[in-house]
Design a protein around this ligand. Sequence first.
Ligand code: EPZ
Length: 431
Amino acid sequence: MIHGGTTLRGEVEISGAKNAAVAIIPAALMVDGVCVIENMPQISDTEMLLTILRELGARIRFLNRSTVEIDCRNVCMQDAPYDLMRKIRASYYLIGAMLGRFGHAKTTMPGGCNFGVRPIDQHIKGMNALGADVDVKAGFVYADARDGKLHGARIYLDKVSVGATMNIILAATLAQGRTIIENAAREPHIVDLANFLNSMGADIRGAGTDTVKVNGVEKLHGGSYAIIPDQIEAGTYMVAAAATGGEVLIKNVIPRHLECISAKLRETGTIVLENGDTVLVKGASSLRKINVKTLPYPGFPTDMQPPMCALLCVAGGTSVITEGVYDNRFKYVNELRKMGAEIQVDGRVAVVEGGHRLSGAPVMACDLRAGAAMVIAGMCASGTTVVEDVRFIERGYENFVGKLNALGADIHIVDEREESDGRDKILTMIG
Ligand code: EPZ
């Protein structure tokens, strides 16, 4: 429940990157030793993956709130928790990690946010090229290295894919010989996965460029690693500060990862000042319209598209948003319309008529980033907004309500025990 009309002021600390963590946890499966991973975000996606590893026999121990020790030396494959795998998209990384470690894998088809078809054909193309037979049937993915071991290969990705790039890096790490991935995605979390693996003894070069080279090694040894700060969490707080006309110091960031977000916010008239590992965002008294197109990194991130749309609803003038990555990532627009937003959507283009106040309403969180967008809209709106299905938000934002309330927001998580219609319970924590 969000009481609107608040201006965010103060400081917020960014947690570890979700989309790095959800690949690094499966990568720990391949390490013949103990990994100590710092800056692990406390979100349900990482908790889910750590639970999956534990059910596979890994020893998992939290040394403090954000440092986890993982020992996968006694992991074996039988009775994997498929019900958990089905819930998150990142479970596909278990294919690459299991193939790398055992020479075979069985996972479920990935779950995750529903905005259009999200195939894994490029993942399968990569695994086939490395010498694995992959079969998808009855909702499961089966992969087997034809002669028990994977072999390096040259792989050209038909589509720039974060998941496929990272999955192939995982599978190639312990393969025999050299793998070259061309037309690779360049996101910061791909570099983070490569750096993690290299610190455990892998030999991966070129991560962060469109050509990644992996020289397979015999084994990976234990070690420690700190996950990078979350680019999208940081961007979400930057947009929230700008949209509410506040002034927020965002700490523990890598400004280079935020360049595109900072640039687009400056176009709206927002002041963005980078200083070491912080970014100061000062909202303008009135925000200007802009045009945004989402693209793979270093373009404007698709995951920032819903939060930016919420901001543009309260900016002046007509803005155009083009979704360059997914087929159908505007479902949340219907929820913004319930709050008075005037947005026309045609396929991958949304035209936002800004310039008027939103009003609070009961809305749904369609997915993780859409949920964050609804909260931003609720803080800007007059009156009260109730966002349902906040479990989506908990998947990717550590302590979202706590961090926002510390900045002056007025948000409470309420519980609705309407068992009759079987609706998902909203978290019972009173914020
Ligand atoms: C990752 O998803 C992220 N998820 C997404 O973040 C993010 O939106 C996306 O990358 C793009 O940055 C995780 O890292 C767990 P893709 P992923 O493969 O790997 C198509 C969030 O909110 N495609 O780069 O699934 C695909 O349909 C989530 O944190 C194929 O056609 O994204 C999409 O149109 C949401 N075949 C495009 O490529 C494939 O084999 C990019 O997808 C794979 C992808």
